[in-house]
Design a protein around this ligand. Structure first.
Ligand SMILES: Cc1cc2nc3c(=O)[nH]c(=O)nc-3n(C[C@H](O)[C@H](O)[C@H](O)COP(=O)(O)O)c2cc1C
Length: 79
């Protein structure tokens, strides 16, 4: 399960190499409740100003990822 955010298509191109199950972060952000369960969850996005795009960062901070053991570490790193 890969979530991607792309402006010009590079991140989508890269995401396709990791998994067939792809989800657009802008589309997912329109959902009120975002809870995902998968053995492996990945996020692919470009770097903007040496940081994650704010939408990708918000997505990580406001979604629930089950069975993804490092999620809390990832959240803490973004704070
Ligand atoms: C506003 C903006 C800021 C960027 N900042 C960085 C950056 O800090 N470091 C970097 O390596 N690339 C930076 N880039 C380049 C993008 O990360 C790169 O073009 C990426 O492949 C775009 O991915 P996308 O096609 O999925 O949108 C920036 C691009 C834009 C538009």
């Amino acid at each position: 399960m890969i979530f991607y955010f792309t402006g010009t298509g590079n991140s989508l191109y890269a995401a396709k190499h990791f998994d067939k199950e792809l989800y657009s972060i802008p589309k997912e952000m329109k959902k009120e409740s975002r809870k995902y369960t998968a053995d492996r969850i990945g996020i692919v996005c470009p770097l903007y100003e040496f940081n994650l795009p704010s939408l990708a960062k918000d997505f990580i901070l406001t979604s629930g990822f089950l069975s993804y053991q490092d999620h809390q570490k990832c959240r803490n790193a973004l704070r």
